[in-house]
Design a protein around this ligand. Structure first.
Ligand SMILES: Cc1cc2nc3c(=O)[nH]c(=O)nc-3n(C[C@H](O)[C@H](O)[C@H](O)COP(=O)(O)OP(=O)(O)OC[C@H]3O[C@@H](n4cnc5c(N)ncnc54)[C@H](O)[C@@H]3O)c2cc1C
Length: 461
């Protein structure tokens, strides 16, 4: 079998890339190792109910008239109507540093501005100046690492406000510890604070089905349960792939969305990329009875919290670190149809190596998962009010679960700390898209797939 374009990975970047390409040339084949697409953002069934593996909220909300906004550009490139997504905006979210300060924000940026003016009056001029700098900054120009922490400290001169602004942006998009590259900070600041967050009307399955429907309409092909074991190449030129089944497929171009190191493993070549610690995460879903009142959460959508004296975004030394994290209530979006259940989802930093040490001992591993869920519940109760007695189902994904289901080394949701912004990894007809290209989150990874197809592949065919 021979195809002009072969895409490895049916996550959101692979799906978007495949759909974009199929609009012009239907002869594209998408290979996904699992029986379901979606990658990091997929779903599973328990007790006859669908559970999402990710999807707290989609960043980059945009009003329909804002033609240049990333979300509207993405929909145009994929020829998907906004109405097909059924957009529901977040109610409002919060950054809560327990016993210190809290800041509310929503899709109306003036809320965050007025919160900062009231709670950090000495910083308001600095914040306005920082905002002007962010608005004029082009984060897509390749530059060496610039410390976001330092830039913020220069403008705000307040460690607490710096940490509070960094907390959501790090949790939703930083692959590196302790700091963030300023370009990545600008991308995430725009995506979360200036644009905002939303959810599609249905579940992640509905969004994935929508993409698959459009892809099929354009004549694109997909193979599930098709794991690529080797990429065949000579003299920096790709000939095709070998699947786990032994089948060979040849192609003119490959777009890999599985990560940079992961792609070099398939090439059987050293990547030459510097090895930096990869951040692991642990996520717990609590399904609770619908009538459960959450005393202190009101109708917040997401709470980014820190309970330690000093916020620390780094790989914990033990299995997990519940001192900070994300609490999401996925039912709290404007106009979402009422569901017969409520969910609370928590995310914390975790240490992949510590989980790996116990993974061969199911008793210890499961006990550790229970312990993590319990610790996460205690901190969530401190923030939201009591709900333990109303939990009807609970499930925890460790960094190992994430690695098993997505192939991401060390279960690192945000991939390799070193990003390859132009998607070029030194081969004539193989390009990289998705998480390791540096665009994170759902809209980011989809735009990454589309832009690499537009930039590197379509013009050559
Ligand atoms: C728990 C969790 C919560 C999240 N919440 C949000 C959120 O609320 N909002 C948001 O915007 N983002 C969220 N994200 C992040 C978002 O899901 C990712 O940024 C995005 O989905 C990345 O897409 P991708 O296509 O780059 O990578 P992936 O999703 O990792 O896709 C790669 C695909 O490649 C496949 N693959 C790997 N190796 C092979 C192989 N050898 N052969 C064939 N196929 C292979 C994998 O199975 C996978 O399907 C969350 C992620 C997680 C894990």
């Amino acid at each position: 079998m021979h195809v002009p374009l072969l895409i490895i990975g049916g996550g959101l970047s692979g799906l978007a890339a495949a759909l974009r390409f199929a609009r012009f040339i239907p002869d594209v084949l998408l290979l996904e190792q699992h029986s379901r697409v979606g990658g990091l953002n997929s779903y599973y069934y328990r007790n006859s109910r669908l559970f999402e593996t990710g999807l707290h909220a989609i960043t980059n909300f945009a009003h329909p008239k804002d033609k240049h906004a990333p979300l509207n550009r993405l929909l145009r490139q994929l020829k998907i109507k906004r109405s097909e997504l059924e957009i529901h905006q977040q109610n409002h979210s919060e950054i809560r540093f327990i016993d210190q300060e809290s800041l509310s924000f929503s899709n109306d940026f003036s809320l965050l501005q007025s919160e900062i003016q009231t709670k950090f009056p000495d910083c308001s001029h600095g914040f306005i100046a920082l905002l002007q700098y962010i608005e004029s900054y082009d984060p897509f120009i390749p530059l060496p690492f610039i410390s976001a922490k330092q830039v913020l400290n220069n403008y705000l001169k307040n460690d607490l406000l710096t940490d509070m602004l960094l907390c959501p942006l790090m949790y939703y998009g930083s692959a590196i510890e302790r700091d963030m590259d300023f370009s990545q900070f600008v991308i995430m600041f725009r995506a979360i604070f200036l644009e905002g967050m939303f959810r599609p009307g249905g579940t992640i399955k509905d969004l994935l089905d929508l993409l698959l429907k459009h892809y099929a309409t354009h004549g694109g092909s997909i193979r599930k349960n098709a794991s690529v074991k080797r990429i065949l190449h000579t003299n920096k030129t790709i000939q095709g792939v070998t699947l786990a089944s032994g089948e060979e497929i040849t192609c003119d171009y490959i777009l890999s969305t599985i990560g940079s190191e992961e792609t070099f493993t398939l090439l059987d070549e050293p990547s030459g990329i510097q090895k930096l610690p990869r951040l692991g995460f642990i996520e717990t879903i609590f399904e609770i009875e619908k009538s459960t009142p959450l005393e202190h959460a009101h109708d917040s959508t997401i709470i980014f919290f820190n309970s330690a004296e000093k916020f620390s975004y780094q790989q914990p030394e033990s299995l997990f670190d519940c001192n900070s994290g994300v609490i999401c209530m996925p039912q709290n979006f404007y106009g979402l149809p009422q569901l017969p259940f409520k969910e609370i989802r928590t995310t914390h930093l975790a240490n992949y190596d510590e989980w790996h040490l116990i993974h061969n001992d199911p008793f210890t591993y499961n006990k550790a998962k229970e312990h993590t869920a319990h610790s996460s519940l205690l901190i969530a109760e401190k923030i939201l009010g009591n709900f333990a007695q109303n939990v009807v189902y609970c499930d925890t994904f460790t960094p190992l679960t994430i690695e098993r289901y997505t192939g991401k080394k060390k279960g690192s949701i945000y991939g390799n700390p070193i990003k390859i912004k132009d998607g070029n990894i030194g081969y004539n007809n193989l390009f990289l898209a998705g998480t390791d290209q540096g665009f994170l989150g759902i809209v980011g990874s989809m735009l990454s797939g589309v832009s690499i197809v537009n930039q590197h592949i379509l013009p050559r065919l």
